[in-house]
Design a protein around this ligand. Structure first.
Ligand code: PNS
Length: 165
């Protein structure tokens, strides 16, 4: 049974992430979404909120049999604990490559049993990132084309709270 890990900050999850997840599900027997608890940048949503939004988004999109976990340590340790043979990452454009290249080779150096697999997201999401979605939502823009409704609602609530603060 080939299990793939799909790690990320998912702050928040977008249709671009869900597109990559569906592609991974066609390649591997099982795919596990792993939400990192302490991402490089300060997240808008807590680890619990990000993990909950991933689960809600999967349900809203009718995606079944995908386990959602969170991890606070190294990605390779999470992969090893789950018995993953691959780490799946989405590539949007060449701008992603340098960062992913460094991640992949460093992870391989730490554990050569875990292979990084890169999947191209659909063209219609190639410009999409969680950061740009948050930027649009921050200014009250419509993000319904980019994220599931549960995520759009969470963004609207989060920025309404911030405006009141
Ligand atoms: O969605 P992101 O922020 O691009 O995901 C990056 C992520 C979470 C995959 C990466 O930052 C990560 O796995 N962090 C956990 C610590 C770790 O293993 N770092 C990689 C060392 S090469």
């Amino acid at each position: 049974m080939k299990l793939a890990l799909y790690p990320g900050s998912f702050d928040p999850i977008t249709y671009g992430h869900l597109d990559v997840l569906r592609r991974a599900m066609r390649l591997f027997d099982r795919t596990v979404v792993a939400v990192v608890e302490n991402p490089r940048k300060t997240p808008l949503f807590s680890a619990r909120q990000r993990r909950l939004l991933v689960s809600q988004a999967l349900k809203e999109e009718g995606i079944q049999d995908v386990q959602v976990v969170s991890y606070s340590g190294l990605l390779v340790e999470c992969a090893r604990q789950l018995g993953a043979v691959a780490v799946v990452r989405g590539l949007r454009a060449t701008s992603d490559f340098d960062y992913e290249f460094q991640l992949a080779l460093t992870n391989r150096d730490m554990d050569s049993d875990v292979e990084s697999v890169f999947l191209m997201t659909a063209g219609r999401y190639s410009f999409l990132s969680s950061s740009i979605v948050k930027e649009i939502a921050r200014y009250g823009g419509d993000v319904s084309r980019f994220v599931p409704a549960c995520v759009a609602k969470a963004l609207e609530r989060k920025f309404r709270e911030r405006r009141r603060a």
